[in-house]
Design a protein around this ligand. Structure first.
Ligand code: NDP
Ligand code: GUE
Length: 292
């Protein structure tokens, strides 16, 4: 069997196109331009790449893109003051503070300071809590992108066995919540999971979000399973995911590539969340229907 390749890049381009259409209508009918502010502290080269590409795509969708680049030695108070200014800025509908933050800055404190209504990452505890009780407000972009691809590929996910590897607040945990919301039977695996290979072998859906190159191999995969590779690992062989793509593609029913899978969907969902936040802020109907 050779797996279908789930083309996240193409899917994301379609989503950004829809976003651009909604933005054009907001501008034409209401004179409102959705605005996204991205804050990057320090000069991590990988973060720099994401922030640039977010800015480029935000502008390409017709939205306002504002970048704040702060030096690595920025104090927590200065960062909190910037977030407070963005909270109060009526031209800004979405705020993203790029993670990880330099040591010495309390990440939880910063995330808690972003207004939940502008929290397009979905990391504020009120958005996390709403997701947990099934009242989805702002849904984290990476898991949202994964769900959209899964629905597109599989249709109804009800009753499927899903295994998520990795339990971070930004990917694994919200991914598990969303899969549960889709009526999957969800297992959340992590570094202390016993017999990870055996657990993964039961899954109809595997989501790998670990950060270990090519960890998931073909012998872990039930034939025909759908495999979503969230991992982004820079190696001598280039950018690779957490899944051994060539091996797993011979067994799985469908698989997302790296690059060109989850990554582009994450950015497209960020733009969609910003449009949603903008519509809510202005009492307008939500065109995207993408916060699930
Ligand atoms: N494509 C995209 O848009 C995005 C990609 N990423 C990528 O996804 C990956 C994960 O990111 P993130 O969630 O932030 O990572 P974290 O480092 O925060 O979390 C990694 C998780 O993997 C688990 N883990 C580590 N080693 C093992 C192991 N040997 N077996 C099983 N589980 C293990 C950890 O378990 P424990 O909790 O027990 O320590 C932890 O829960 C990274 O490669 C990152 O670059 C991240 C965000 C967006
Ligand atoms: N507050 C916050 N929100 C985030 O959403 C967030 C973050 N911090 N910190 C870092 C991670 C990582 N992340 C990615 C986004 C896009 C690609 C992406 O577009 N990847 C391309 C390749 C890009 C390349 O070549 O490096 C692809 O997979 O095809 C990857 C990773 C968002 N994150």
């Amino acid at each position: 069997m050779t797996a279908d390749i789930i083309d996240g890049k193409a899917f994301a381009a379609g989503l950004r196109n829809k976003v651009a259409g909604h933005v054009a209508r907001l501008v034409a009918d209401h004179g409102i331009t959705p605005g996204l502010a991205v804050v990057l502290v320090g000069d991590d080269p990988a973060s720099d790449v994401y922030v640039r590409s977010k800015g480029r795509m935000t502008k390409a969708a017709g939205m306002l893109s504002v970048e704040h680049r702060l030096p690595a030695d920025t104090t927590q108070d200065d960062l909190l003051a910037l977030v407070a200014r963005l909270n109060a800025d009526r031209a800004i509908h979405g705020i993203l503070v790029q993670l990880p933050l330099p040591k010495g800055i309390d990440e939880a404190r910063v995330l808690a300071t972003i207004l939940p209504a502008k929290d397009v990452d979905g990391f504020h505890i009120s958005n996390v809590g709403l997701l947990a009780v099934g009242q989805r407000a702002m849904v984290p972009c990476t898991p949202l992108g994964c769900i959209l691809m899964l629905r597109e590929h599989l249709g109804d996910l009800s009753g499927l066995d899903a295994v998520v590897i990795g339990r971070s607040n930004i990917v694994g945990k919200p991914m598990a919540q969303l899969l549960l919301g889709e009526n999957c039977t969800v297992t959340l695996a992590h570094s202390r999971t016993r017999d990870l290979a055996g657990v993964v072998r039961r899954a109809d859906i595997v989501v790998a979000a670990v950060g270990r190159p090519c960890m998931v191999t073909a012998d872990w995969i039930k034939p025909g399973a759908t495999v979503i590779d969230v991992g982004i690992n820079r190696t001598d062989a280039g950018l690779v995911g957490d899944v051994d793509f060539a091996g797993v593609a011979a067994v799985a029913g469908a698989i997302t590539p790296v690059p060109g899978g989850v990554g582009p969907m994450t950015i497209a969902c960020l733009l969609a969340n910003t449009v949603t936040a903008c519509c809510r802020a202005n009492g307008l109907p939500e065109p995207m229907g993408l916060t699930l």
